[in-house]
Design a binder for this molecule. Sequence first.
Ligand code: CTP
Length: 152
Amino acid sequence: MKTILTYGTFDLFHIGHLRLLQRLRSLGDRLVVGVSTDDFNRVKNKNTVVPFADRIKIVESIRDVDLVIPETCWEQKVKDIQEHSVSIFGMGNDWEGRFDYLKDYCEVVYLPRTEGISSTHIRKTLKVLDQTHVGELKQALDLISSIVERFD
Ligand code: CTP
């Protein structure tokens, strides 16, 4: 039984997340995923849109995920590797080299990220769309006001 372990925030779950989890699961028999709590995201200076309770439910529902655990701090990895008898620790290659110290405990792999998508990018897009939407509403209100004024 080969167990793989990974961690992430998985905010606004997207195709990059799905592909990473699928590729990791294909390396063995069981995939354990640590989902960052809202408190830990604050430590990482990450402002999420989707709360932890929802993010963990979404990741849990992915077919290739066998177990989801909360990620509450940087230091829990060795304990998790031992507790879940992990053979492979894997992350996207934006983390290349960062977790090499875990090689004392299991195999460590960094998989290529899916190009062109990230939670940060989606959060930024939502913000822009939101401003556009507010602008459109303002224009519509101005138009209505000018029509109403004609009847004064
Ligand atoms: N990931 C990936 N391809 C992407 C985005 C993320 O393979 N396009 C991987 C990351 O490398 C990480 C895991 O998915 O191993 C969880 O990443 P997370 O930080 O939650 O996703 P990001 O979209 O990178 O989020 P953010 O922009 O907030 O950093």
